[in-house]
Design a protein around this ligand. Sequence first.
Ligand SMILES: Cc1cc2nc3c(=O)[nH]c(=O)nc-3n(C[C@H](O)[C@H](O)[C@H](O)COP(=O)(O)O)c2cc1C
Length: 190
Amino acid sequence: MSEARVVLGVAGASGAALGLSIARQLSDMQVETDLVTSAAAERTLDAECGAQALATLQGLVTRCHAIDDIGASIASGSVPVAGMIVAPCSMRSLAAIGHGLDDNLLTRAASVQLKERRRLILLTREAPLTLAHLRNMTAATELGAVILPPVPAFYLKPQNVAAIVDQIAARAIDMLNVAAPVAQRWGATG
Ligand SMILES: Cc1cc2nc3c(=O)[nH]c(=O)nc-3n(C[C@H](O)[C@H](O)[C@H](O)COP(=O)(O)O)c2cc1C
């Protein structure tokens, strides 16, 4: 197990496979991972990745926290974690994070990263975007979060959806700077 510890939040936007890929890659890298999933995320995991997806996700991480457990370790800045990824991040969770609502453990843990000046990577997913979505992305960015929409790296010529998902997940992990970069790079394909 490496020294690094990170928080993975999975909210109820489309793209639940992103959360699974990030958990799998962090597990492969032996990075200690704390997981918190919203109720809506559990629904999208089931709808998009199958009935076993939540159990698979939970089996990949070090610790699972209930969304309403606001007394969990990751709710405190005193617990040393390198940062947090929310993947996918719904517009609801984005709005809560951008306005410091701390209304559940996912948004509280996100706020903790901001107040401790740690990395917070939000894989915000919605299309098209309303002015409210754009304003909330601005608000979260002003607070210190990184908005990383799950956009395919077309220049890498991905062969299937899994390759797209894994590349986006790797980019998010690389932004935490917890291990040697894992994302495929332009020019590294031949
Ligand atoms: C199948 C499905 C797909 C959804 N896709 C999105 C999405 O892409 N983006 C989004 O912001 N909300 C999406 N939603 C709506 C959110 O799940 C909903 O706003 C929820 O309240 C978010 O709660 P959370 O932020 O606590 O996860 C989707 C819901 C379902 C059931």
